[in-house]
Design a protein around this ligand. Sequence first.
Ligand code: F6P
Length: 347
Amino acid sequence: MEGSASIMKIGILNGGGDCAGLNAVTRAVVRKSDQFGFEVVGIRHGWAGLLELDTVPLKWGDVSHVMNLGGTILHTTRTNPFSRKYGPETVLSNYRKMALDALVAVGGEDTLSVAAKLAQMGLKAVGVPKTIDNDIVETDMTFGFDSAVNVTVDAIDRIQTTGESHDRIMIVEVMGRHAGWIAAYAGLASGANLTLVPEEPIDMDEVAAFLRKRHELGATASVVVVGEGCYLKNGSAGDASKLDEFGHVRLGGIGDFLAKEIERRVGIQTRAVVLGHVVRGGSPSAYDRILATRLAVAAVQAVKDGVFGVMVCLRGNVVSRVPLKDILEKMKNLDKDTLGLVKDFQN
Ligand code: F6P
């Protein structure tokens, strides 16, 4: 992990799904780099930008105002150089052509695993974890998650009042892939009646019995939150015919399925709402702005210290570093305590 400290030119890219807080990272990387006398180059559209030399110089004037902007001014894609012919070689040769001394790769497990593999091939990479899903191991929190949860809770609050007016069961499908963080936090924070997370397969009989009993006891409306990666016992999540460059299935559809099945079994009008990309867009929360800024500063500090092949991370409330290779092919699922809390608050 140790290297030279004479760094001059840093590239920064965003890979994978966007999230709130990405621009706060870019802004802080430029700010901290200015203080160290480093130059920063933005690489556009994730790893595609390194394959195609799609870059933009970044100065403080370009980024000073982007803290509150959702999405990413650098743009992003799910490009995987390792699934392209001569992809890794092209990335490395362009990295050298650009005379980069280091690369700050901001992304989820996919983007960071590419960074980890390229680091083993000689690219001086520092990873910054981001995702609304909060499913990256070795960090307690990813920025983007808090903002997404806040939007989700706001949406559920609204869905609840219309559900109550119409005496309906409302199903709210939320993103999060195969981890139930968004569903669990949003379900808990909104006081949802039932929250289903991908960590536990759905038992349709139990779900129907729970709702039937609730309504027999006098409830006139219910809110059920379901993570997009949830699946029925003996089933599987997602459409395996639609894979991205990293081999991930496209998720979605469980909300509609549940709505039809619950209406059929419980006999109460049921509607499904898929929040989808709505919760990924928009301004970052204050928490995410600060976390993004702290991680960005730590990434530039790692470059200055000549420490590469690492991901900056949050442990407790302390920003730290872990080897990038430690996060490869792993996913952070809901912990037992949070899962327990979700169950305790079914109501
Ligand atoms: O990983 C972030 C995420 O928003 C997931 O929660 C979701 O399953 C996926 O990305 C959607 O990806 P896309 O924007 O490519 O449809």
